[in-house]
Write a protein that binds this ligand. Structure first.
Ligand SMILES: [Zn+2]
Length: 162
């Protein structure tokens, strides 16, 4: 994790640019507010029960209203890629790193990073559990770690999207 130097005396040349932070909107604010408190919440349709992520204004299946539900924070690696190239200098010290898509037990997919392990340990379908990285005041990013009980795949034994 790169800590951007934002002090007034920070050198302007060769400074590591800050890592981009999420754009918090009226629609997704509950997600980021919960993340700040290290809770993972996603939307669930109050009419058809469908879970949704990324946050939307209304259910794409039935136009119903959403409520926010705290979810298990467990899922599996749906897919991943390893980034070896420095595409943004804020990530220069992090290569190689992974960009992963986790399939939550509740159904939705979430773009994230798997942390706390070597890239060589990653594999599709491995169970993972959520953790949070505090990027700056008021902004925490949900990331995932390989679950401790690797033998116990949570795939499809949790709540499923209807
Ligand atoms: Zn719906």
């Amino acid at each position: 994790m790169i800590k951007p130097d934002v002090s007034p005396d920070a050198p302007q040349r060769n400074a590591v640019p800050p890592r981009a932070t999420p754009e918090v909107t009226q629609v997704n604010q509950p997600f980021w507010d919960a993340a700040t408190n290290h809770r993972l919440v996603i939307q669930r349709c109050t009419v058809c029960g469908r879970f949704q992520h990324e946050p939307l204004e209304s259910c794409p299946a039935c136009c119903g209203k959403f409520e926010w539900i705290e979810v298990s924070g467990r899922g599996i690696i749906h897919t991943f890629t390893i980034i070896h190239q420095v595409y943004h200098s804020a990530f220069a010290s992090e290569v190689p790193y992974n960009v992963s898509i986790v399939e939550l037990d509740e159904g939705p997919l979430m773009v994230t990073n798997i942390v706390g392990c070597d890239s060589s340990e990653l594999a599709i379908d491995l169970p993972v559990e959520v953790d949070f990285i505090d990027v700056e005041a008021g902004i925490s990013l949900p990331v995932f770690r390989l679950a401790a009980d690797l033998q116990d795949s949570p795939r499809h034994n949790g709540v499923q999207a209807k």
